[in-house]
Design a protein around this ligand. Sequence first.
Ligand SMILES: [Zn+2]
Length: 487
Amino acid sequence: MKRYFFTLFLFLIVLQIGTLSYGQTTQKERLEKHVYYMAADSLKGRKTGSKEAQKVAEYIRTQFEEIGLTTKMHSFKLRIVSQNARALYQNVIGVWEGSDPILKNEFIVIGAHYDHLGVKLKNNEEIVYNGADDNASGTAVLIELARNLVQQKELTKRTLVFVAFDAEEIGLYGSKAYVDMMRESEPNQEIVLMINFDMVGYLKQSQKLKIIGVGTVQNYSNYFNAVSFPEFYRLDLNKQDRSFLTGSDHDSFTAKQIPAFHVTTGLKSPYHKPEDDAHLIDYDGLSTIVDYFTELVPIFADDSDLRPSASLAKNRNYSKNSYFGLVAGIGNMHYKYRHGTVDGKKGVALQLGLYGKVSLSNSFALKGEVAYSFANRYRKEGMIQTHEVTVPVVLLVKTTYENWLELSTGIGGYYSYFFHLKEKNSNPIIKQYSPHEAGLVLDYEMRFSRMIFGLQYKYGLNEMIIAPQKEDKTRPRTVQFKIGFLF
Ligand SMILES: [Zn+2]
């Protein structure tokens, strides 16, 4: 009997130690556990939409629930045609509501994508792209940061929303769908800042943590100066919010004028290679990053003065209903003879003017210019230099990408008034002229943020020179390359 009690006693002690040590796993151990789980060969590279990716989504949701967040699966459809009918695309959302009755309607979104590339066949062998750095590392930081902010810190005034994004690798679809869903279904709730962790597993190797896009927040240095980063590493604050090399989910937010940061240790890992494995990750580094943001996030979440920088609205999201600017054109003009086969020589045609464009809908715009033009006009008889005011008006069909790229093409008309002309011939050739010219315009234009590049073709229906004979009748043709800047 005694012995039985003794065994029971021992058993209880072992059980106690077991529970204790489980409860006392360190942050680093938990980060390791998450990355090793997500980057295991059995999860076949978490291919976007696969059943393995769905397993990972469930894992993240379970973690969020254990931490105490209110969780939700946000499934969405891809906006591309080739959606696999059996695939399920879903973001995992965990909400930690803020304490301030007003500011809690403002969200700070902390995100990381969990999908990766899946498997590829090479010489009939399946090669798994485990994506430990891209982006099991960011997802692990997301989970442990949520745990710290919920379990160590007081409630923040603003609501913290933790989102594990899907479908990043095939075109940032998860984050785009999330921003759209928020705008449509929660119009009273506003996202005021987004922090994106993508590829954060190589702190030791890169010796620095990059935070890209800090310039999207007004007075950003005040926030970053409030918390110190471990001295042996460098904190690399990058004002710019766009880099074509490092596109990730934060772009879906800045595209909608929401300040966003991309946190990364850079391209030190075997990026998009099968060697991106869990054993190469710097787990002390991940832990350092979690600790730093545990201190930093509440500073953003509690400051009622947090707002987007002026440059975010001005440069990056230069999408408006109407634009004004300056545009210059350089090209040539020639006369096409209506009778006979001889055509005029090409002469230079320059233009400088004011530009205006008004959107009529998502797909149509009307643009006009009032420009001073200069041209060398060659006729059979000789050359004439003209100075005129030209007003082209064009109806455009347009497509816009992420607010900063707009492609348009259209058709319209122009009118020119000639206020000065000079003959470059010893014997004057013009007996009579009219100061008016009108015609058709074909136009192609690309807007790249605030810059305009375009090509314009003008097809005259009359000419200013009244030809003495029928066979001398011509029609002017002008082609110009345009470059412009919008205010
Ligand atoms: Zn990534």
